[in-house]
Design a protein around this ligand. Structure first.
Ligand code: ASP
Length: 410
């Protein structure tokens, strides 16, 4: 039996070919993709709860918590900023929106509602982000899949457990650790379905999205794509190699199942179980580091989305003939960062969060209608970069915690 990443790669190719040959008939087997996606979604909340609580308790016991969280936030903020700056340079150099012949397309009703909701400016968005971090009902947050408040609750619970004395601390630590192991076992079962699921998901996208959408938006899509490639294939590998002494190719090989899952599901949250599995089992990162850094990354660190926010906002400005000066471009950088932190790890939320960036520089929200046609495809690429950056961060931080990984350059 071929190894998992080879199987997944073959499935992806077969999916793309079937989509091209069969067109909309691929919808007959689309349920196989939905089944895989449901399997992944099923374990997100229990996996996050058990992994963060056991992670916080484990780190708290050895007393490294402050250093680990400082390293995590430093990496997440700087990698997102680097990514936005790459996008900014490219979109100014290529100017894909200047003189572009574009058609406004109205977003579907549900999306339009969220866009209007987030279009009330960066201050309101920051306020909402802070308020939303604290759940008023943690079970409702879990049921509705709001990951950030669940993470905050789990952090607090972890801290509370550290302060307990034995036997309570001992019991709860053991319980959450064992529950986490059980979730990982469940993840193994679901990952076995990855080749079939990925085949069906990719076939569906290729079969139902015509390539003609790229005719008007080709240069824009190319600018986003080029930015993502520069960030993921040049900047992050350089950081891995020189800052962490990690072989980027070895990490890439270890992470292929997660990256292909991200590409086909367009959801960092749904990919999280596979990301954790790949980091621990294939790259040799410890459970203590992974269980803390990876879930946080899947929720707040989105380099691909951040870059997309910046390129899309400047493209829309160019298409409307609006010249954004230095101060306004600086505002775009800051709000793109905020939008990427606030975006949930599910399909096309990056597009919804773009409304914050557009409002901050006074661009019309309808501008989103200019780029919606290619967003489904671009989302696949930016989600892959989001997951890749989370994984690079987790591996780097593990090195800084003194871990010996299977993927170091020597
Ligand atoms: N789909 C992306 C993710 O899950 C978010 C986005 O729409 O940019 O990472």
């Amino acid at each position: 039996m071929r190894s998992l990443h080879v199987q997944i790669f073959i499935a992806l190719l077969l999916g793309a070919i079937s989509g091209m040959l069969l067109g909309e008939s691929v919808l007959h087997f689309a349920f196989l993709g939905t089944l895989f996606l449901k399997g992944l979604k099923m374990i997100i909340v229990p996996l996050i709860v058990t992994s963060i609580v056991s992670g916080v308790v484990g780190i708290g016991q050895v007393g490294h918590f402050g250093r680990l969280s400082a390293q995590t936030f430093t990496y997440y903020l700087s990698s997102s900023l680097l990514s936005i700056i790459t996008g900014l340079v490219l979109v100014n150099a290529i100017s894909p929106g200047k003189g572009a012949q574009l058609h406004l397309q109205a977003p579907p009703e549900q999306l339009a509602h969220s866009i209007a909701q987030f279009g009330d400016g960066p201050k309101a968005a920051l306020e909402r982000l802070l308020l939303d971090m604290v759940p008023d009902n943690v079970f409702r947050a879990m049921a509705e899949g709001q990951i950030l408040p669940v993470i905050v609750f789990c952090f607090l619970l972890g801290f509370a457990i550290i302060r307990l004395s034995d036997p309570h601390q001992e019991r709860l630590r053991g319980f959450f650790q064992s529950a986490f192991e059980a979730m990982m076992q469940l993840t193994h079962f679901i990952i076995r379905l990855a080749p079939i699921g990925i085949f069906a998901l990719v076939a569906k996208v290729v079969g139902t999205t015509g390539l003609s959408v790229f005719i008007d938006l080709g240069l824009y899509a190319l600018t986003v794509f080029a930015g993502l490639v520069v960030h993921a294939a040049i900047i992050l590998p350089l950081v891995l190699y020189f800052v962490g002494g990690i072989s980027p190719l070895a990490l890439l090989r270890a992470l292929t199942p997660a990256l292909f899952t991200a590409f086909s599901t367009s959801s960092s949250s749904a990919t999280l179980p596979v990301t954790i599995e790949s980091l621990e089992q294939r790259a040799g990162v410890s459970n203590r580091t992974t269980s803390f850094v990876a879930p946080l990354g899947a929720t707040i660190n989105m380099d691909g989305t951040a870059l997309f926010e910046c390129v899309a906002a400047l493209f829309i400005a160019q298409a409307y003939g609006v010249d954004l000066g230095f101060t306004q471009q600086f505002l775009v950088v800051l709000t793109a960062l905020l939008a990427s932190i606030g975006a949930a790890g599910i399909p096309m939320t990056g597009l919804v969060m773009l409304s914050i960036v557009l409002t901050s520089v006074g661009l019309p929200l309808e501008g989103i209608g200019l780029i919606i046609a290619v967003d489904r495809i671009l989302d696949m690429f930016r989600t892959t970069v989001n997951v890749w950056s989370d994984s690079c961060g987790t591996a780097l931080i593990a090195r800084y915690q003194g871990e010996k990984l299977d993927i170091t350059k020597h």
